[in-house]
Ligand binder design. Sequence first.
Ligand code: NI
Ligand code: MN
Length: 225
Amino acid sequence: MLRLTYYGHAAFLLNDGKFSVIIDPFLEGNPVAQVKPADVKADYVVVTHAHGDHLGDAIPIAQRCNATIIAVNELAEYVASKGAKAHNMHIGGAVTLPFGRVKLTIAHHGSVTPDGVYGGSPAGALITMDGKTVYHTGDTGLFYDMKLIGESQPVDVMLCPIGDNYTMGLEDAVKSVELVRPRLAVPMHYNTWPVIAADPNEFVRRVSATGFNGKMMKVGESLEL
Ligand code: NI
Ligand code: MN
């Protein structure tokens, strides 16, 4: 059984009873997070891009847990230079690791670390664990190749930014769900700050109206997939 937990913003934890994989662990300084970095247990940390609200506490978590950070090459080199274990990948590549499979996808966005180091291409991640695939789009605008991503492997849960301004807004997010065709779409990257205010219930309503399933996860909530 795979359990998905929402930590707020774009941070999620996947746990299959054996391995814990945390994605974009922005906790310290995250106005909506309820969990402290010191309370997180992780074996792997997937970081979609270098912005502070995604790289977040990845390095201290990885160091404390002896976890491996999975990221595109440039960002992986950066975290390694700060003393974290890293697995370097790049867009379009997949790898099978002890917990499952990770494939990095394109994302239309930027990527620079909080201290100004170029982070390579921003990415999304398809993470397959315990037979279930979760697509964390990363920060991105809508792109038509999402259709190809959904065709290449069935997506059980799509984690989809809806907050607008930096990423897809509500309308484009609904369109992205129609392209990927996941079993379930969960909104993320909204209401952390006023500039990305969005109504997750409206997203769920609109996703339902197009014939798909959406669900808003409260911060701290878990789903069994
Ligand atoms: Ni970003
Ligand atoms: Mn972001």
